[in-house]
Design a protein around this ligand. Structure first.
Ligand SMILES: O=C(CO)[C@H](O)[C@H](O)COP(=O)(O)O
Length: 234
């Protein structure tokens, strides 16, 4: 089985187990979510489900439109039944690193409005401790004018190294869907209290959001190499 098949089985399982008729569904971002939207569209068609989808990014919005699903927004649907999203890493306590695709701000807003947040991932995202498997660090979305002082402050507070995320098909930094920059914090201490770290980083003026999702995820599905799906709940 390919990694793509592992993503697909996790995504299909989550959509099949958690989406019901008349649900408001948060649609996450990334490559695994593509399979979730594909499965959701199949179920809407075959079971005639009434589902409204709330996107977590420009990419998610385009996926919803492409599959002819009903597009909603928080203004009219502030309470979401279930959000299905990917993750860059999930530790043994269900703390997540998210934001590898740069969509962490809207993803966290949508997760915070959801009765349930379900993560879908392949087996490479399943970790004991944050940093065991995901080596690109914790993404932090920041207001552009403050990125240098924020970098200095985080290193003074917690150590490690910070890189301003560069764009691939453009000279200069990645600019998020919200017009901000992304810092990737390569932490060295894996035994930090992530709840506290998240709170302290968020208190630095100019920090918009961190990619640390603490106590937000209810269940994670990890597609395995042999085609089965492993689960973890909190
Ligand atoms: O947080 C995210 C985007 O900001 C993604 O959910 C995360 O990067 C996982 O993506 P993929 O499913 O492609 O591995």
């Amino acid at each position: 089985m390919s990694l793509e098949q592992a993503k697909l089985v996790a995504a299909y399982r989550a959509v099949d187990e958690f989406v019901q008729n008349n649900n408001i569904v948060g649609i996450g971002s990334g490559s695994t979510v593509v399979y979730a939207v594909q499965r959701l569209a199949e179920r809407v068609e075959t079971e005639n489900l009434n589902v409204t989808c709330i996107p977590t990014s420009f990419q998610a919005k385009q996926l919803i439109i492409k599959h002819n699903l009903i597009l909603g927004e928080l203004d009219t649907n502030p309470i979401i039944d279930v959000t299905i999203d990917g993750a860059d890493e999930v530790d043994a306590n269900m703390t997540l690193i998210k934001g590898g695709g740069g969509c962490l701000l809207q993803e966290k807003i949508i997760a915070s409005c959801s009765k349930k947040m379900i993560v879908i991932a392949d087996y490479t995202k399943d970790s004991e401790k944050l940093g065991d498997r995901y080596k690109k660090g914790i993404p932090i979305e920041v207001v552009p004018m403050a990125y240098v002082p924020i970098k200095i402050k985080i290193i003074q507070m917690f150590g490690g190294e910070i890189k301003l995320r560069s764009a691939i098909a453009k000279a200069g930094p990645v600019v998020t869907d919200n017009g901000n920059f992304i810092l990737d914090w390569l932490f060295t201490n894996q035994d930090l209290d992530w709840d506290q770290v998240n709170s302290e980083i968020k208190m630095i003026p100019g920090v918009v959001e961190t990619g640390l999702f603490v106590k937000m995820c209810n269940k994670a599905y990890f597609g395995q190499a042999e085609g089965t799906v492993a689960e973890r709940s909190n």
